[in-house]
Design a protein. Structure first.
Length: 149
């Protein structure tokens, strides 16, 4: 499934780091930054999360709710949040439910070895639940600027 700008963002329900179910439809009437990242506590993912953390007030002022998504479990997410004082929820998509709906579980390649993993993508979803923008070339150290541009 290949989503594009103008498409309705697929709804989902998965648990956050505390085990609470989170649905995209819970954010109806609000703007959402749905960002997919490969793994908690890795250099690029930490840089991205900390950039969003450091600019969280500006993102909130612009009306955005931040939701991070990876295939890590709730416990891993909670440790990541605690370690870096992240002010937004991380969704534990261990069954790849959201990844499948958003087309972010993809074949990757490193050192000639092919494997399946998370594509680092961000979906900006408007108040009506429509995808307004898809950021494909995420700058982990300056992601907020890409979102607020």
């Amino acid at each position: 499934m290949s989503l594009k700008v103008g498409d309705k963002a697929p709804d989902f329900t998965v648990n956050d780091q505390k085990g609470n179910p989170v649905k995209l439809s819970d954010f109806k009437g609000k703007k959402v930054v749905l960002y997919f990242y490969p793994k908690d506590n890795t250099p690029g993912c930490t840089a991205e999360a900390c950039n969003l953390r450091d600019n969280y007030q500006a993102l909130q002022k612009a009306g955005y709710n931040i939701l991070g998504v990876s295939t890590d479990d709730e416990k891993s997410h909670q440790k990541f949040i605690d370690k870096f004082e992240l002010p937004f929820p991380l969704l534990a998509d261990t069954e790849k439910v959201i990844h499948e709906k958003y087309g972010t579980w993809v074949e990757k390649s490193m050192y000639g070895r092919k494997y399946m993993g998370t594509a680092r993508l961000t979906f900006l979803i408007n108040e009506n639940g429509t995808i307004e923008e898809i950021i494909e070339k995420v700058k982990t150290n300056d992601h907020t600027a890409q979102i607020l541009k």
